[in-house]
Ligand binder design. Structure first.
Ligand code: SAH
Length: 427
């Protein structure tokens, strides 16, 4: 989400004549786009912010924009008091405050400023930032902003606001525009992406959107994330199954393998319902890759309840498991009402156990691809080696002297590990 938001902002800045630099001390404007989903992310954001202070001292004309969830939709007075040298703050997904600030700053008289000028910079196509032109293979497209589900541990609803879907045509236009600029793959984003469209004045669905995006020439692959188990309809699974460009790749978090903990998290489903869903997905979409998210050490999680999560993951054998240690977030239900009573050491023990299990599972799943031919869309070259992904989102590395950027090619897999594969071009 933040990558997509930063892109939109970068595009508006370039329309104003700004250019990107990799050197913070060369910059006239620095935007720090932040995440606070866990304490570690917040600490990183605060650390980065503090490190900008000397630049600001040396160059008082430097504009520092603090954006994203550290600010949130309701603002964050405490942060402003702590970092008074921040010039502009922007809630998540909102590039306007910075653009307005810069327009106002460059105008000689305030009477010169008009909203039309600001709108012109923000509306219309996102022109890819120069550094990405002809190079960006895969783009993120937010389709649902905010979230209204209120899982008890989660800060996102209070930082990103209530759930609201983007207008259908706006998304189609954006993907069309990205396709014209050479983008080959889009990943549709939402906290509960499969609820897309239900809140629009003319309600629609994610599967309808997938059908229309599928027609866009130039787009070769479409993904979406993150799904919530309760909203994965058969209609959606059928769209994934029948539309060739929609990748057989589902991200659907379980969070815990224990019903008592799921209830305390207010996730809204049981372990059995989740098992049924996974069976349904696997039955409908052959060779699907499924990723899940798991939180260990939620308040009150006993060793036995954790063992249930372990056993579930061992049984369901997901392609990917994003693991997190529970982190109390100010303002959430769990931080206010529940005691963070699993020690850090114990959280880490549980985390490592799942990590080891997942390494074993992913190694085994990926080893099945050894000697097989897979389709890879190449997205970057690093240290002489091309990096791409299979439709199932497996990372593949290939040594090739040719320019493979943005190409879909057949690759024979010659080595597999838990996190990536290595192969050679077949054609
Ligand atoms: N909306 C998505 C993603 C939310 S954030 C969903 O339904 O899950 C991404 C992941 O961060 C979550 O899936 C969860 O596993 C993790 N997460 C969110 N809040 C957390 C917290 N307070 N402590 C630890 N992990 C958390």
């Amino acid at each position: 989400m933040n990558v997509a938001d930063s892109h939109r902002l970068a595009s508006a800045l370039e329309k104003m004549g700004y250019e990107p630099t990799r050197q913070p001390h060369h910059a006239d404007v620095i935007v720090l786009n932040t995440c606070v989903v866990r304490q570690s992310a917040e600490d990183k954001a605060i650390g980065r912010l503090s490190s900008l202070r000397p630049l600001k001292d040396r160059n008082p004309n430097l504009v520092v924009n603090l954006m994203g969830c550290l600010i949130g939709v309701r603002g964050n007075q405490k942060i402003l008091e702590r970092f008074p040298w921040v010039d502009v703050v922007s809630p998540p997904s909102d590039p306007e405050p910075l653009i307005r600030y810069l327009v106002e700053r460059s105008a000689k008289q305030t009477s010169q400023i008009n909203q039309a000028q600001i709108n012109a910079l923000l509306d219309g196509d996102i022109i890819l930032p120069k550094a990405d032109q002809g190079r960006l293979v895969s783009a993120f497209i937010p389709i649902v902003y905010g979230c209204s589900h209120a899982c008890t541990y989660c800060i996102i609803p209070s930082k990103r606001g209530i759930e609201h879907s983007r207008p259908y045509d706006e998304i189609l236009n954006e993907v069309n525009s990205f396709a014209r600029q050479g983008v080959k793959e889009v990943t549709l984003l939402g906290q509960i992406v499969d609820r897309y469209g239900l809140d629009l004045p003319e309600p629609t669905t994610l599967s309808a959107l997938l059908h229309d995006l599928h027609k866009i020439e130039g787009i070769k692959r479409i993904r979406f994330l993150t799904s919530h188990p309760n909203w994965m309809t058969d209609e959606l699974l059928e769209a994934v199954q029948t539309l060739p460009k929609v990748c057989p790749h589902i991200e659907v978090p379980i969070q815990s393998g224990d019903d008592v903990i799921l209830k305390a998290m207010r996730r809204g489903y049981t372990v059995n319902a989740y098992r049924d869903l996974i069976a349904r997905i696997r039955q409908r979409i052959p060779d699907v890759a499924i990723a899940t998210d798991i939180i260990v050490g939620f308040p009150g999680e006993t060793p036995e309840q954790f063992d249930n999560t372990y056993a579930l993951l061992a049984d369901l054998r997901m392609d990917v498991a994003h693991l997190a240690r529970y982190s109390p977030r100010d303002g959430t239900f769990s931080a206010r009402k529940l005691v963070d009573d699993v020690s850090d050491a114990e959280k880490t023990r549980r985390f490592r156990k799942l990590e080891e299990l997942q390494e074993e599972i992913a190694s085994e799943i990926n080893a099945r691809l050894l000697g097989k031919t897979v389709n890879v869309l190449f997205e970057a070259q690093k240290r002489g080696r091309w990096r791409g992904r299979t439709p199932t989102n497996k990372l593949v590395f290939v040594d090739s002297p040719h320019d493979l950027l943005g190409q879909e090619r057949s690759v024979t897999i010659e080595w597999t590990g838990p996190w990536s594969l290595i192969g050679t071009l077949t054609s």
